[in-house]
Each structure stands twice: as C-alpha cells, then as structure tokens.
Design a protein around this ligand. Structure first.
Ligand SMILES: C[S@@+](CC[C@H](N)C(=O)[O-])C[C@H]1O[C@@H](n2cnc3c(N)ncnc32)[C@H](O)[C@@H]1O
Length: 219
C-alpha cells in the first residue's frame, strides 16, 4: 500500500489535536506552507534522540531560571521547539542563529506560537562574527552549539566565547558525512577540544550510525 502526503498530514493533525500541541500544529503548518525537504532530516530519529537527550540532561543539571538561550547553527529551529515545549525552560527566551538565510523563515514558522508569545526569534548570521559579550549580559544566559562537528576553525570560535559562559556543546564521530569537518573520535577528545573549567555533564549517546557527544558546563 502506498501512502500519500495527505495520509501523514492527517495523522500529524490528529496528534496535534490529541496532545493539544502547538509544537505539532506549527510543524504541520510549516510542512504545508514551505517546501523544505531538509526538515525531514532535522526531525529524523537520530536528530531528535540527540536533542531530547540534550533537553532532559540540561533540565537535570541546570537551575530552571535560565533567562535567555542562544542556539548556534540553530538550523530549522527544531531544538528551540523542544526546549520551549519543556516546563524547565518556561522562563527562557530563545534566539536561533544560522548562517544559512533559508533557515530563518522555517525556524520562525516551526516556532510560530512561541514567536507570537515573544519567546522566540531567528537570526541569520555567522557565529564567528556574533558579539557574545554583549549578548550574555546576565549569569542566566546559555549558549548552545550542537553543530560543533560542522565548524572548521573550532578553536577560533571557542576562543571568542567569554570565560564563565554557560555552554552546551554537542559533536559526534560521524566522519563519513561530507559536511562534518570537525568530528572527534572520543568523548575525551571532545573535552580536550572544548575545555570547560566547571564541567556539569560529559557523556555519549550511541545512535544508529554514530555516537553523539555532549558537554555541559562553564567555559
Ligand atoms: C546540519 S545543521 C545542524 C547539525 C547538528 N547535528 C544539529 O542538529 O544541531 C548545521 C548548521 O550549522 C550552520 N552553520 C555552519 N556554519 C555556521 C556559522 N559559521 N555560523 C552559523 N551557523 C553555521 C549550517 O548552516 C547548518 O544549518
């Protein structure tokens, strides 16, 4: 039996009604409005497993008084929607920064309900040119970079982050993907690449084709 798009849309529509979920409703509206095949990758099993792991671990290790969160390489705003959906981050405003201009409209659409409540914005820009010192004007600010495997001059980016900043970093050992220019072999290598003075969490999550690594702590 072949399933057409309508079949899957009906199911998402039903799930959104059942869970009364703005997250699912906004996702469905985006799928209907913007043709972005990459959104399927952003919502695939491995991507969501790594991001669910991040959200749950962060909720365990960080006080729930975060005021602002900056997502670097924020892509289509999927991590933002998972964080905004979690009660531990109900006080936080999230900004998603990506160098690809195609990401901004999709991230805004995926998080439309949160945009309307003033909790989310999406920016187009280069993480190497961002003024982190001006942005992180409170102790309760968090910078998240789940795209470390995509960053060529990683050391230069890391050096631009002010000391004391709370960070969540993810990388992986998925070397066979062409866009992955900065993978690491092991968690120890990742800790060495991104040395944190106050490490709250360091771990790996075994996924289907690779292991995702995560560090949470202050630089
Ligand atoms: C494939 S995506 C995300 C991968 C990662 N596994 C995740 O889920 O967060 C990597 C993103 O990083 C963005 N990116 C790469 N270099 C960047 C830079 N210098 N500044 C901002 N975004 C960048 C790309 O445009 C892309 O959207």
């Amino acid at each position: 039996m072949d399933y057409d798009d309508e079949y899957y849309r009906d199911i998402l529509d039903g799930l959104s009604a059942y869970y009364k979920s703005p997250l699912i409703a906004d996702l469905l509206t985006t799928i209907n409005k913007i043709p972005a095949p990459g959104l399927g990758n952003a919502w695939n099993f491995n991507q969501i497993s790594g991001k669910r792991w991040l959200v749950d671990t962060l909720a365990e290790h960080v006080d729930d008084n975060l005021e602002k969160i900056l997502l670097l390489g924020g892509w289509y705003g999927v991590l933002a929607s998972l964080l905004l959906d979690h009660p531990a981050f109900s006080q936080a405003h999230i900004s998603s920064l990506d160098i690809d201009p195609a990401c901004e409209d999709i991230a805004l659409s995926v998080n439309r309900s949160q945009v309307n409540q003033g909790r989310f914005d999406a920016l187009t820009g280069d993480m190497f040119k961002f003024d982190y010192r001006a942005w992180a004007d409170t102790e309760n600010a968090l910078i998240v970079n789940t795209s470390c495997e995509h960053i060529v001059a990683f050391d230069k980016w890391f050096a631009s982050i002010p000391s004391g900043t709370l960070l969540v970093l993810q990388s992986n050992d998925y070397f066979s993907c062409d866009e992955h220019v900065n993978c690491v072999d092991t968690l120890a290598d990742f800790e060495q690449q991104a040395p944190l003075t106050d490490l709250h969490f360091s771990g790996g999550l075994k996924l289907k084709k690779y292991t995702r690594f995560m560090l949470i702590g202050r630089k």
